[in-house]
Design a protein around this ligand. Structure first.
Ligand code: SF4
Ligand code: SF4
Ligand code: SF4
Ligand code: FES
Length: 709
């Protein structure tokens, strides 16, 4: 091999031809500082911190400049050090100090270098347009401000891991690293391997610890974890940084792993054994019955638990399966199923902190990995693992998922078999738009996991039509109507959907007229409801009425404060009617001379529906909120209602959610009836306050039920 002879800092050395000045110096014990260069990466020479004097007109970047015969290199002369310091000052001018890495571990390479060079107050002006942060990934926090555009992450992702996710975007002052086509990191094809993060010299890419929970179980050595196929390709350093975020648990047969209704923040991956998943809360709804009394004043309402055989409600959905946070749905009649090695459960709880949807017990001795969000994120993004989960879903869960939607309950197996390989399984991050109002309608979607917000554009802003959880569907209105999306559907949290292409949807409708009929009926009801809402909203002034959320209500209990003497007869009547527990609090928001009492408003934007782990709280097409039989009593809806209008009702050891029942068993609400001063009214707000708000006559007339009773 031919060699090259040169001198570095006065020392005569010889190195193989093609060696860079930086490597030649390093091999001979001479240290040259670097930022964009790392030993395991191809040098790109972008930061220029490694400049040396080679006797030419301009200094050379030693990480890319090859040695030449007879070259005389100066690595630390005063002018070289001065040039390097100026470069560091310029980088520091745009760098938040301390950055996240410096703050956490004190080893931001730029800040360490700046301290060594005595750079404290940079002389250069900071950039005026901030580049911002990106918190969309569950495992890696991106602070574009701290990025020095050294390209180490780009080479880590593209050259080392071959994931090809990161590149550069923008020019000049707007230049920044970008993921795919400049998407938020969490929405990109990033597989959360962590290579970019361990490559980054600053706090621009840092590890995100989502929850500081101490998991019980065996802490795992990163080397051991990396042997599991599902962790293939993950950076060992990344796992080191997340030690304790995944543990191994050995659970004897019969022991409970998690309980329905409990809040949690972990998911489980079964390594060995079989578990049984079930719902233990009695399946039944809260039925209100007139319990009699001496007079109208003392008549009571009793809440009992009724099953469908004993008491059928017209508004029941007719579901045969209960959606849960696992790759199976539970049959309504006998809500029990089994999961085995290779299955993952608790994804929704872990990703979005929803309560557990079912109780899971070890049927045989089992070994599970229990993990926090950032580790689950790695698993979910592992392409092989994802493909395996999706394969299992197509085989085991797609059929029950489709059948769990009442309009598809009778779909023959051969057509589901046809759909099995044709549907597309898609994921969306929080805030991502799945379909946009006005776009061409080309597919139909079933929600597999998470919650989807459906909203419509109006002159005053977007109006939320509803939230859809697992087992719900969207996209049929555009396909059945004019081929254009009628609303925008956005992922509220981490959402998985099953996408059925438009041509398969139309084939399904032509083969099964009953499905067409049912879908058309639902679409008509939804369209009518949307029209009513549009008519009601377009003329309402955006003021207090909106600020207080009254626009969201379709039924309000209001007390006229000019008539109300604060005698509390309404509260007493409510308590008398409901086994001594009032469902009405005589406090709340004020609008004009009215007090809006605490009682279910049947909101247009029913936040109570978001997050129900078993999808048992829903809205009928008439907009009323209904709680289905399989409520597990976790209380999330009670907490989510911004107005405190839902309650948990105890039936022995178990609980069920219930709202103000409007005293349906009586002719009118007990509170309204009991008020001796005619101050209490149950009203439809737009009709009742229409005159005051200047709402058009026809709108008031067009509004649905519920004028003052
Ligand atoms: S985590 Fe891995 S895949 Fe994602 S951007 Fe970083 S290096 Fe690329
Ligand atoms: S994010 Fe880090 S590694 Fe990537 S270009 Fe910026 S500073 Fe370099
Ligand atoms: S309806 Fe409410 S209490 Fe019942 S399971 Fe759903 S969120 Fe929990
Ligand atoms: S380390 Fe050589 S140019 Fe950055």
């Amino acid at each position: 091999m031919s060699t090259v002879a040169l001198t570095i800092d006065g020392r005569e050395i010889a190195v193989p031809k093609g060696t860079t000045i930086f490597d030649a110096a390093r091999l001979n014990g001479i240290a040259i500082p670097t930022l964009c260069h790392q030993q395991n990466q191809t040098p790109v020479g972008v930061c220029r911190v490694c400049v040396v004097d080679v006797g030419a007109r301009v200094y050379a970047a030693s990480c890319i400049r090859e040695c030449e015969p007879g070259m005389k290199v100066q690595t630390a002369s005063a002018p070289v050090v001065q040039a390097r310091t100026t470069l560091i000052e310029m980088l520091m001018a745009d760098h938040p100090t301390p950055c996240a890495r410096q703050e956490r571990s004190g080893d931001c390479e730029l800040e360490t270098m700046a301290a060594a060079a005595g750079v404290s107050q940079p002389r250069f002006a900071r950039r005026l347009s901030p580049r911002g942060r990106d918190d969309s990934s569950l495992s890696i926090a991106v602070d574009h401000e701290a990025c020095i555009l050294c390209d180490r992450c780009v080479r880590g992702c593209d050259d080392i891991k071959k994931n090809m996710v990161i590149g550069r975007s923008g020019r000049g002052y707007t230049a920044h690293i970008g993921f795919d086509l400049d998407l938020p990191m969490g929405s990109s094809t990033c597989v959360s391997c962590g290579e970019c993060m361990v490559s980054c010299p600053t706090g621009a890419l840092t590890n995100k610890r989502v929850v500081d929970a101490q998991l019980e179980g065996d802490r795992l050595d990163p080397e051991w974890i990396l042997q599991l196929p599902v962790f293939k390709g993950v950076s060992g350093t990344f796992l080191e940084l997340n030690q304790g975020a995944v543990v191994k648990r050995s659970i004897p047969a019969g022991e409970t792993i998690c309980r329905e209704g409990e809040f949690g923040s972990t998911a489980f991956y079964i390594l060995e054994g079989t578990v049984e998943v079930s719902i233990n809360t009695p399946i039944g709804h809260v039925q209100q019955q007139d319990a009699g009394g001496l007079s109208r004043w003392f008549r009571r309402i009793r809440s009992t638990l009724a099953d469908r055989q004993a008491h059928t409600r017209t508004e029941e959905s007719g579901r045969r399966y209960i959606p849960i946070d696992a790759p199976v749905d539970l049959p309504y009649e006998k809500p029990i199923a089994e999961l085995a090695a290779g299955d993952l459960f608790g994804e929704m709880t872990c990703m979005s902190f929803h309560p557990r949807s079912a109780t899971v017990r070890a049927k045989t001795p089992v070994v599970v990995l229990e993990m926090l969000r950032n580790v689950l994120d790695i698993l979910q993004k592992n392409k092989t693992f994802r493909a395996e989960l999706d394969r299992k879903y197509r085989q085991r869960a797609l059929e029950t998922h489709i059948r769990s939607v009442p309009v598809f309950a009778a779909m023959p197996p051969d057509f589901i078999g046809y759909l099995r390989e044709r549907v597309e399984l898609m994921r969306f991050s929080p805030g991502e738009v799945i379909v946009r109002q006005g776009d061409a309608a080309d597919a139909f979607y079933l929600v597999r996991m998470g919650f989807v917000k459906v909203s419509e554009r109006h002159p005053g802003g977007d109006v939320v039509l509803t939230y859809l959880g697992r087992g719900s569907y969207f996209g049929e209105m555009g396909l059945l109507g004019g081929g254009v999306r009628t609303a925008t559907c956005t992922a509220l949290d981490h959402v998985d959907v099953v996408k059925i292409a438009g041509e398969d949807f139309h084939l399904m409708l032509s083969r099964f007229p009953a499905v067409r009929e049912a879908l058309e009926k639902v679409a008509q009801e939804r369209a009518a409801m949307n029209q009513r809402r549009a008519a009601a909203t377009e003329t309402v002034p955006i003021d207090d009425f909106l600020n207080q959320g009254l626009m969201e209500a379709q039924s309000l209990l209001v007390l006229d404060l000019e008539k109300c003497t604060r005698c509390d007869q309404c509260v007493k009547a409510c308590a008398d009617a409901h086994e001594g527990v009032t469902r009405l609090v005589r406090e709340g928001l004020r609008f004009d001379k009215y007090l809006v009492a605490t009682s279910c408003r049947s909101c247009r934007d029913p936040l109570c529906m978001v997050g129900c782990p078993v999808g048992s709280i829903r809205r009928r097409n008439s907009m009323e909120i209904i709680i289905e039989d399989w409520c597990v009593g976790c209380g999330l809806c009670v907490r989510n209602c911004p107005y405190g209008n839902l309650n948990l009702h105890a039936f022995g050891a178990r609980r069920k959610a219930t709202g103000c029942d409007l005293c349906m068993e009586h002719d009118e609400p007990s509170c309204v009836y009991a008020c001796p001063h005619d101050a209490a009214h149950r009203v439809e707000p737009l009709t009742y306050f229409g005159g005051m708000l200047g709402i058009r006559e026809q709108t008031a007339k067009g509004s649905t039920e519920g004028t003052s009773k």
